[in-house]
Write a protein that binds this ligand. Structure first.
Ligand code: AHR
Length: 505
């Protein structure tokens, strides 16, 4: 099939906030323990962090990292994770039916972030706790004045504040599974009160209020409206969370996931702007898409894969260890394209999660760490998507989606920076390869010089279900795409179910 597009730098969307390429680390399963932290591992540094994992996280290119949850944070006492390790309490983690040893807490996690070069985004517990505890954590983390809390911070080895900029006001408070779940009014009031008080300590913080934990939630829409009616003046962002999975063996429907994400974003923007309009306000609430990924949460029998198989309250059980295949990575690449297409309002996003738990990086205790298929679209997009996001409308064949009607088979976005242009493109069709021809004339005119292909990547496997595993960690990778420039036209060959990136300079 032929597909056609035009790359015009004047069709720009916005500058790209680097926080779009954030990650998420939760105390969950083997994410921290036996994931990033494994003191007995041959690659562990003197703080117990696996250096092989650090190298992969650096290569992945994650900007901000949301921590410590997730559902976990709604029962978490952050003070359990500070002070001498041998005095830290072991606690039940109700969210994941596990035991939390608290060997890793705020200080250790910040030390790890310093190693991987990422910035901390902290979530406060508004499930079992409230404004007071959020204020204490903020004081401990960000205040310079000498107080009982900052004395404790200094005694724990950190004289200077952590200086955390982004804060999440709880997690998924709309979800009945959440410890301390609330209705929109109760949560909105608590979030507003907490945000106002937090700004009294540190006016420089950026605050994220909880939106819906999925577009499919029965309260979606009404939740956003009510919560923003309470918090509009107090917050900077509202969160979106979304996970996708192939269901009933319908790969074609799964490949339309990006359309769902786009509609989710556009709906939340519409609601936020409607709240702004009723207040006659020019303020624009941004979106923090702070949980997104492919996640095989629901199995074919209708059960969920989110509780440990072991009896009792295990420490670091194997949980949510999804193995991603080539098809997942193509959908995942399209989700990144969708985030970039909305870069004007999605100013922060967090891939959920990072290591072992629905993750691009897997580890074996005492053994290797390896890249899942989803690692590649993330690392390549994070590295190549610089500068400004540019709209690239594509004319292509369509396919019928039960949820979304006729969906374009080919979807694309570009980015423009001082050195060149990057194009990200996906072929969602399960049946037809596509040749995409991109008219570069407006680009060449704007740059005042011709461009050539300098780097290409193609993610495709004839076996849609091929995956990287402990036994075969290099089974799926990226290879060079068939892309070339002829005069002012770029052409790219896209096999059915493929994702590609092309760099022009
Ligand atoms: O990322 C896994 C879980 O998904 C998070 O803890 C929760 O916020 C969401 O439901």
């Amino acid at each position: 099939n032929a597909a056609a597009a035009r790359l015009d730098p004047h069709h720009d969307i916005a500058d790209i906030d680097r926080r779009l390429f954030g990650g998420f680390v939760e105390h969950l399963g083997r994410h921290i323990y036996d994931g990033i932290f494994e003191p007995g591992h041959p690659s562990a540094d003197d703080e117990g962090f696996r250096t092989d994992v650090i190298a992969l996280v650096e290569e992945l290119g994650v900007s901000t990292i949301r921590y410590p949850g997730g559902n976990f944070v709604s029962g978490y006492r952050w003070e359990d994770g500070i002070g001498p390790k041998d005095e830290r309490p072991r606690r039940l983690d109700l969210a994941w039916h596990s035991t939390e040893t608290n060997e890793v807490g705020l200080h250790e996690f910040q030390a790890w972030l310093d190693r991987v070069g990422s910035e901390l985004m902290l979530a406060v517990n508004l499930g079992t706790r409230g404004t007071q505890e959020a204020l204490e954590l903020l004081e401990y983390a960000n205040v310079e004045a000498q107080t009982a809390w900052t004395d404790r911070r200094a005694a724990n080895g950190r004289e200077t504040p952590f200086g955390v900029k982004m804060w999440c006001l709880g997690n998924e408070m709309d979800g009945p599974w959440q410890v301390g779940h609330k209705n929109a009014d109760d949560y909105g009031k608590l979030a507003s009160q907490t945000a106002k008080a937090m700004r009294m300590i540190d006016p420089g913080v950026e605050l994220v209020v909880c939106g819906s934990s999925a577009r499919s939630m029965p309260t979606f829409g009404a939740w956003e409206r009510t919560v923003l009616e309470h918090t509009f003046d107090d917050v900077d962002f509202i969160s979106c969370h979304s996970y996708y999975q192939e269901q009933g063996g319908n790969a074609q429907e799964f490949l339309a996931s990006g359309v769902d994400m786009a509609r989710f974003i556009e709906s939340v923007v519409a609601i936020a702007d409607a709240v702004a309009a009723t207040r006659k306000s020019d303020k624009r609430i941004m979106i923090s898409f702070d949980e997104w990924n492919v996640w095989y949460l629901h199995n074919e029998e209708g059960g969920q894969n989110d509780k440990p198989a072991e009896q009792g309250w295990p420490v670091a059980p194997r949980l949510l260890e999804d193995q991603y295949h080539a098809l997942d990575a193509v959908v995942f690449g399209d989700l990144l394209i969708t985030l970039l297409q909305h870069a004007d309002r999605v100013r922060s996003a967090s891939l959920a999660q990072l290591v072992n738990v629905i993750a691009p990086i897997m580890t074996e205790p005492g053994g290797p760490a390896w890249r899942q298929t989803t690692f590649f679209p993330f690392s390549i997009t994070s590295r190549l998507a610089q500068g400004r996001a540019i709209r690239v409308p594509v004319e292509s064949a369509t396919f019928a989606s039960a949820a979304h009607g006729q969906v374009a088979a080919v979807n694309a976005v570009a980015t423009l920076d001082d050195e060149g242009v990057s194009l990200f493109v996906v072929n969602r069709s399960t049946t037809d390869a596509a040749t995409l021809r991109v008219d570069l004339a407006p680009l060449v005119r704007a740059l005042g010089r011709p461009v050539e292909v300098v780097e290409t990547h193609l993610l495709h496997d004839d076996d849609l279900y091929a995956a990287n595993t402990l036994g075969e960690p290099g089974r799926v990778s990226v290879r060079r795409a068939a892309a070339s420039v002829d005069g002012e036209e770029l052409s790219i060959e896209l096999p059915a179910v493929s994702w590609a990136a092309v760099r022009l300079a």
